[in-house]
Design a protein. Structure first.
Length: 449
């Protein structure tokens, strides 16, 4: 029973594993974009288990492939070959531009970024790594140093965690901008038009140069960027900003890493990878979440030169990386994205969704900004547009909870948890967007009463 679940959660699960909602949801079943709780209530999943269920919960084709593979072979470890790993590597590499052709399979986004950090250091023979304010790249001890958003900022004592002696070579670039005035860098965007209208690029480039030139951050090994900052509340950069930042890092001998953990696999609609929408070519691409539609798997893709330089420095290994079941599922996910035209659906339904939700900005003074691309959207809540102060957490929580009670699951993000994050499975329809819109609007009206 539900009460026993709560007891076990309290007694036997770590308190760092917090749950959404005052009365956490106990989910029993999923079908495509819908989830069902223990009492049979259904919820439209507008967050995909944190931007992960790319093609739909229990997608029949993916499930059938997984079941078939389970009957055949579960595990070998990467020291033995098995066809599903090689088939997957072949398929995935075909989706990346030259010279990004060498794949290392791992199990989570954090692991992928850890490995990317080691590759950057091995290749450049430098130590310093740069990530942006507001970044989220994982929570392993290494990647926690890269992460810099809201609740994930660590307070571990010095010497035991990141932003301390364990990884002292990580520096913050500028960015991290959201709509709120309390944000470390405030976005200059005052309307909900595309970020192309931002005039701020020059200012951020100057700040970025300052970071690169600080006396400590001199030997740049690598620069990490999410094509759109996800956990920070779907925050976009001014046009051309990443392109110039990449050039500056390369001038100093560093490599550029695109963290596609949230933005890859067609979610942004216009392109298969987020970096393509910035017209940049990274040296290393990391991916996880949507890659396995919820099955744990992740990958790092890089150039032959970078891959070779790592091999000279260390013998890296992962017991489960490239697992037969994960690779079979990964292949099925790629096939479904293609067969069902899901990237195009992200583009079409995403554009429809953004236009529709952007209208709420005019109707409600507590909506500061509605932004995004494809099926990744952020709705930033403020006390009012004049003050641009984040809406207090308790109020955001209430709206969040009310949406759930009316059958809609949305995510949260931003430095103050002030932004609703929307990222449904890519099979979502316009009709379902209409339903989500009505629910979200009703929750806002209820809040204003
Ligand atoms: N990078 C990004 C952009 C992410 O959003 C996340 C997870 N939220 C990670 C890395 C870490 O992935 P994981 O939780 O699988 O370690």
């Amino acid at each position: 029973p539900y009460s026993r679940v709560l007891e076990i959660h309290k007694e036997n699960l770590s308190p760092v594993q917090t749950a959404y909602f005052q009365k956490p949801l106990l989910l029993h079943q999923g079908h495509m974009e819908w989830l069902f709780d223990s009492e049979g209530n259904r919820y439209l999943d507008f967050f995909s288990g944190i931007v992960t269920v790319s093609v739909g919960h229990c997608h029949p084709k993916v499930t059938a492939v997984a079941q078939k593979q389970m009957d055949r072979l579960w595990h070998t470890s990467s020291v033995f070959f098995h066809p599903s790993m090689h088939e997957y590597a072949d398929k995935l590499s075909a989706l990346l531009p030259e010279p990004l052709k060498v794949i290392f399979l791992v199990n989570s986004g954090s692991e992928a970024n850890d490995l990317a950090m080691m590759m950057a250091r091995a290749y450049s023979n430098h130590t310093d790594i740069i990530s942006f304010r507001g970044a989220y790249h994982g929570c392993s001890p290494y990647t926690l140093g890269l992460t810099n958003v809201g609740i994930y900022k660590t307070q571990l004592p010095s010497g035991m965690g990141c932003q301390s002696t364990m990884c002292p070579d990580i520096f913050r670039g500028p960015w991290g901008g959201s709509y709120c005035r309390d944000s470390p860098v405030q976005t200059v965007r005052k309307c909900s038009c595309s970020p192309d209208c931002c005039q701020a690029k020059e200012q951020y480039i100057e700040q970025f140069k300052e970071t690169l030139n600080t006396s400590v951050a001199k030997s740049i090994a690598g620069f990490f960027a999410e094509p759109i900052q996800g956990v920070n509340g779907v925050v976009q950069y001014p046009k051309e900003f990443l392109k110039e930042a990449f050039a500056l890092v390369r001038e100093r001998g560093g490599v550029c890493i695109a963290d596609e953990v949230q933005t890859g696999f067609g979610r942004l609609g216009s392109h298969f990878w987020g970096f393509q929408s910035h017209d940049v070519l990274p040296d290393i691409v990391t991916m996880a979440k949507g890659i396995g539609n919820g099955f744990p798997m992740a990958a790092v893709v890089t150039t032959p030169e970078i891959a070779k330089s790592l091999a000279k420095c260390l013998h890296h290994f992962s017991t489960f990386g490239g697992n037969p079941l994960a690779c079979a599922i990964g292949s099925a996910v790629l096939e479904v994205i293609k067969e069902e035209n899901l990237q195009k659906n992200s583009q079409e339904v995403g554009t429809y969704m953004l236009l529709k939700f952007a209208k709420l900005r005019d109707e409600f003074d507590i909506i500061g900004d509605v932004r995004g691309k494809g099926l990744m959207m952020g709705i930033e809540m403020v006390q009012d547009k004049m003050s641009r102060q984040p809406l207090p957490k308790t109020e955001v929580n209430q709206i969040h909870e009310d949406c759930k009670d009316m059958g809609l699951l949305v995510g949260r993000g931003g430095n103050f948890s002030q932004t609703f994050r929307i990222a449904p499975p890519m099979c979502i329809t316009k009709l379902e967007v209409d339903f989500a819109f009505e629910v979200f609007r009703a929750a806002l009206i209820q809040h204003m009463e």
